[in-house]
Design a protein around this ligand. Structure first.
Ligand SMILES: [Fe+2]
Ligand SMILES: [Fe+2]
Length: 177
């Protein structure tokens, strides 16, 4: 995570695009909430925004709108691990709408950005994304989630005998294939 954060902070164009969001109190509040393991919602969104920016720029897509939308795609502002009486429905299905409604309070949102935020959990949420940029965030989001979880799972379980035994068996199996 540290390496990618250094890269992000040194990318002047990317930082200039999302700078107003980085100074926004709603966005800064994401630092309080954990998304995957030790990664905050803020760092998760920042990383996703950066990858979306790089990919969309490479494919001549709307990288400015996409980077901004990705920066707020998880702006739900609560601890999703805790059950709250006023929260209805499963977090996985409801948080894109909450993030979208919060994002509307702090920035102008175009149709592309609305689609990106509301559909980012696809294919869990069934409605198909309408734009290539939306598909890019759905993939980047899952990649970031895996990345953020993998390191934690590995460092947590790598000391356990069963984990090492399983890891060894899988490695041997892969070598034999
Ligand atoms: Fe999300
Ligand atoms: Fe996310």
């Amino acid at each position: 995570m540290e390496e990618i954060l250094d890269k992000i902070n040194n990318d002047k164009e990317f930082i200039a695009i999302i700078e107003p969001l980085l100074k926004n109190n709603y966005v800064l509040e994401m630092k309080k909430y954990r998304q995957h393991y030790e990664t905050s919602c803020y760092d998760h969104c920042l990383e996703a925004a950066y990858y979306c920016y790089k990919i969309c720029k490479k494919f001549n897509l709307d990288y400015v709108s996409t980077a901004k939308a990705a920066m707020v795609h998880d702006l739900f502002l609560y601890d999703w691990r805790k059950r709250l009486p006023d929260r209805k429905g499963l977090h996985a299905f409801t948080h894109p709408r909450t993030a979208y409604e919060n994002a509307c309070k702090i920035m102008e949102i175009n149709d592309l950005q609305k689609d990106i935020i509301l559909k980012h959990m696809w294919p869990l949420t069934i409605k198909l994304p309408r734009y290539k940029e939306s598909y890019i965030l759905t993939l980047v989001d899952k990649y970031c989630a895996l990345n953020e979880s993998y390191h934690e799972i590995y460092s947590r379980y790598s000391q356990k005998k069963a984990f090492r035994y399983l890891y060894l068996c899988l490695s041997l199996l892969i070598i034999r294939l």
